[in-house]
Every structure is written in C-alpha cells, then in structure tokens.
Design a protein. Structure first.
Length: 302
C-alpha cells in the first residue's frame, strides 16, 4: 500500500489520473445513454458522405473586425499546424436531408424555399436550425456532429477559403480609402450574384474533395464574430466577442445575426450579405466524443 501511494504522488501519475477517471466516466455515461451500443443498420441511411482532411500546416486570415488606434485594418494572417485529421461532410446538407429532420419535428422548416429539387443545398436556415439538425443527425447515427469553426472550415477549404483583406498600403487612418475599396468590392460581388441554389456538385471540388465550397451558399460556423484591438506591433490589446452574431463563409466572410434565415432581409453585421444561408457539419472522432454527446443529450452543451 505504501508503494502504491508513493507512485501516485509522482507528477506523471497525478497528471494521468484525472484523465483516466474522465475516460471511465465517459464510458459509463455513454453506455447508459446507449451511445456505445451497436449502431442499428438503419443509421447507415442517415450517414452523409464525408471527406477526411489530413494534418498539415496552413495559413489563413483571421476572422473578425480588426482595429489599430480605432481605425479598421486588414486582419492579420495566421499560420496553424493541425496535428489531427478532420472528418467533414463532403457536401452541404441537402434540402431532402434537412426535410427528414423537419418531418420528425426536430427542425424548423426553411424559409423562402421555392424549388422542388431535393438534391440541392438547404437554404433559408439560421444558426439554431443548423444546430438542431446537428443534434438530430447525431441521434440518428450515434455519432457526434457539430458546426465547424471558422478555423476548421479554413482547414477543409484550403485554397478555396476567401482572403478578405483589401491589401491597402495605408495604416487605416484614412477611412475613405477603405470605403471606396469596400464599395468597389460590393459592386463587383453584386454584379456576379447567382442566388438560385444548384444541384449538389455544381461548383466542383477543392483539392481535398470538399464540394461546392465558395459557391452561392454561405455556410454557418460555430465561431462568434469579434472585434479585436491591436497595437502597432499587432499585439492584441482587447478582443470582444459578439456571440449572437456568427461567422458565415462563402465567397467572403459575412457575420450574420443568429436568428436570420434570409440574408436578403438583413442581419448581416459587416459587409456584403450572403446569397443564401446553409451549412455542413464536422464529425468528431476524438476519444471524448461519446462523453460530449452523452452530456449534450442531457442538456449540457460544452
């Protein structure tokens, strides 16, 4: 007994013990929830086609509105090393897939849908609708599905991910320069608008097999819009999250108020509004996914 206590007092075991206890609790809770039970064959019908993005180092421009000395500037580039693969839906959630959730009363009907094809992305859905579908799909498949973060979507989108920088050579102190650049960008985007949803696959695939990203359906993320104040060396002085407004991504980022389903009706916090609002989901393959799902099923959302 003395030897056992001595071993437990070492720093390594003191670190590993909480992890081991958490793993045991995860298994117990998940077992009680039926999460670890054999998945019914019918669950296979609900599993979407996915792609797996291999680990790599990549760069993308950070999300949010960045200011220096109270002047809006381009967001800084950030280099990220992802060490784990990520499994994400190959296609955006289709109208027919979403309708199955609606028919069971787990999702709200989309708004403004005036087309009959089921093999098109669902549009006219808000942030809460996307989360409701993620819960429903998790229940149907016995897996944990969530909205991607802005960073995860950048990881999956690769070269298709937008760079929203104006690339101006000023320090932001002359707002008129940015206003003119923003006006030109908005005019160019309006001229090429094609808001009618198309059949899945119409906009092709990126280098990782992700389909239709950057087409005419912007995708909800789980990332809150933020306002970031920087000093002259790009050190963050203050960051203010505006949860209730979430980042959507398509040809450009467009922070949207969470309850808006139709971008034509407003709700865009910054910049040009999206053509349409839809989504795709990420499947968690982490060891703690059963615990997170079991807690979520009990109303505890981590």
């Amino acid at each position: 007994m003395t030897t056992f206590r001595a071993k437990l007092s070492t720093p390594i075991l003191q670190t590993l013990l909480p992890v081991a206890i958490l793993a045991v609790l995860a298994g117990g809770i998940a077992h009680q929830a039926g999460f670890l039970a054999e998945t019914p064959a019918t669950a296979q019908l609900f599993r979407p086609q996915t792609v797996t993005i291999a680990p790599r180092t990549f760069s993308y421009r950070e999300d949010g509105e960045f200011l220096r000395a109270n002047y809006v500037i381009d967001a800084p580039m950030r280099t990220i090393t992802e060490t784990r693969p990520m499994t994400i839906m190959k296609h955006q959630v289709s109208l027919s897939e979403y309708t199955a959730c609606v028919s069971e009363g787990a999702c709200s009907p989309p708004v403004g849908v005036s087309y009959d094809l089921g093999n098109v992305p669902v549009t006219g859905v808000n942030y809460d609708d996307a989360r409701a579908y993620a819960r429903w799909l998790s229940d149907k498949t016995g897996e944990l599905w969530t909205l991607p973060t802005d960073r995860q979507l950048a990881f999956a989108a690769g070269k298709s991910f937008p760079d929203d920088a104006f690339g101006l050579e000023d320090d932001g102190s002359n707002p008129a320069i940015r206003w003119l650049a923003d006006y030109r960008r908005e005019a160019a985007e309006r001229s090429k608008r094609d808001p009618v949803p198309r059949v899945l696959g119409s906009f092709g695939e990126n280098e990782y097999g992700l389909s239709d990203f950057g087409g005419n359906v912007w995708e909800w993320t789980g990332t809150c819009h933020r306002r970031v104040m920087l000093d002259k060396d790009n050190t963050v002085l203050r960051s203010e999250d505006a949860c209730g407004v979430y980042v959507t991504v398509g040809n450009h980022r467009s922070p949207m108020t969470s309850f808006f389903r139709d971008p034509k009706g407003g709700g865009c916090a910054v910049g040009t509004p999206p053509d349409n609002l839809g989504f795709r989901l990420v499947k968690s393959t982490a060891w703690h996914a059963p615990l997170v799902k079991a807690l979520r099923d009990r109303g505890i959302d981590l």
